[in-house]
Design a protein. Structure first.
Length: 134
């Protein structure tokens, strides 16, 4: 058995996965577009290059994603992706990258459980928690 997380994007799945690949040392497994699938007939021309199914591996955890038609897309709520990091500097540097165009929920700070903890929703609408564990 394996566990992965499937995320609906608002048309920016490929862009998000490229960002995660670069900044989280991820490895993109696939980016299947609508035009390269039987689903091509069910989406408009401007949606053909969007992602029907994508996958990226980040530290042996798979994230899967799809571009959901905008009339069906709902903003993500009720979860965060938590990344445990081994240095305060790494928490701060990832936070700076992920806050660009996103929403700061909690800037990096010391908590009773961590020397550095931060929460941000990135520009793709994905909520992240960065936790320094030493």
């Amino acid at each position: 058995m394996s566990l992965s997380f499937h995320i609906n994007f608002d048309g920016r799945c490929a862009e998000a996965f490229q960002f995660y690949e670069k900044n989280l040392d991820g490895v993109i497994g696939s980016l299947l577009t609508y035009k390269d699938s039987p689903a091509s007939e069910s989406v408009p021309d401007e949606w053909q290059d969007k992602i029907l199914h994508g996958s990226i591996s980040i530290d042996n955890i798979e994230l899967a994603g799809t571009d959901t038609m905008l009339h069906e897309y709902q903003k993500l709520t009720g979860f965060c992706i938590l990344i445990r990091l081994t240095s305060e500097d790494k928490v701060k540097s990832l936070f700076e990258l992920f806050k660009e165009g996103g929403e700061v929920i909690l800037p990096p700070q010391k908590t009773f459980w961590s020397p550095c903890y931060a929460i941000v929703t990135d520009r793709f609408g994905i909520p992240w928690k960065f936790n320094c564990v030493t």
